[in-house]
Ligand binder design. Structure first.
Ligand code: NAG
Length: 228
């Protein structure tokens, strides 16, 4: 019994010694080339170093792109504001109107011995920005600019036709026909520099007539050419 245990111990010790011997032998054997291993490590180090350089480059590139992006954002904001103000301006410049004298029926207007009030064109075809007041016959400029105005007048034979266009009580242009033998038309148009709030209208001269019916022969129109 005791001999058996001794035997076992001896066997184990022998095995242990053998295995250690084997390890040492492997490490010292020419199959592990330390120089080659060191070369590999050196290569890996170099690769890591070059990767560090790449990361630094990429970081500075990211910084540059961030700056460019911020500059572009500022530019986009500026354009956005500019676009908005252009849209506002474009909306504001939509000024145009057209109206004819009678909104219904048929007949002459005039004669008046002294003419104080403008001709009131009742039938409104268009009135963008509501510059034209169809109760007063007056267009009030909603903004400063260069405008085009024109008016047409119709009269029957034997009637004197005389109409003028005014800007703030100042006569600008006129039409005149002295008792034509039969129906007659006259028209005039003008490009005017107008301040905001200026009033444009037409007036019939003393002792003259205009005629209108659903054909809208007698009319007044104006529109903004460009703002100033
Ligand atoms: C249009 O003219 C009438 C008559 O003069 C006036 O009573 C009215 O207030 C004017 N309307 C506007 C919007 O100015």
């Amino acid at each position: 019994m005791l001999r058996n245990m001794e035997m076992n111990l001896m066997l184990s010790a022998l095995l242990l010694i053998c295995s250690w011997g084997g390890r040492a032998q492997e490490f010292m054997s020419p199959s592990v080339n330390i120089i080659a291993e060191l070369e590999k490590i050196k290569l890996i180090e170099e690769r890591l170093k070059s990767q560090d350089t790449t990361v630094t480059l990429l970081n500075s590139l990211v910084e540059e792109l961030k700056r460019e992006n911020a500059a572009l954002k500022t530019m986009a904001d500026t354009f956005q504001k500019k676009l908005y103000s252009l849209q506002q301006e474009n909306e504001a410049r939509k000024v145009a109107f057209s109206a004819s004298l009678l909104d219904s029926g048929t007949g002459h207007t005039g004669p008046f011995s002294s003419v104080k009030s403008p001709l009131i064109y009742k039938k409104v075809f268009s009135n963008y920005r509501n510059g034209y007041n169809s109760s007063a016959g007056i267009f009030t400029a909603p903004l400063k600019g260069v405008y085009y105005f024109r008016f047409y007048a119709h009269c029957h034979g034997g009637h004197r036709l005389s109409v003028s266009l005014y800007k703030n009580d100042q006569r600008q242009c006129s039409v005149y026909t002295h008792k034509p033998p039969t129906n007659s038309n006259a028209g005039n148009g003008i490009v005017l520099t107008v301040e905001e709030g200026d009033q444009i209208y037409t007036k019939l001269s003393a002792n003259s007539w205009v005629y209108d019916d659903p054909g809208s022969y007698t009319s007044f129109s104006g529109f903004l050419l460009f703002p100033l």
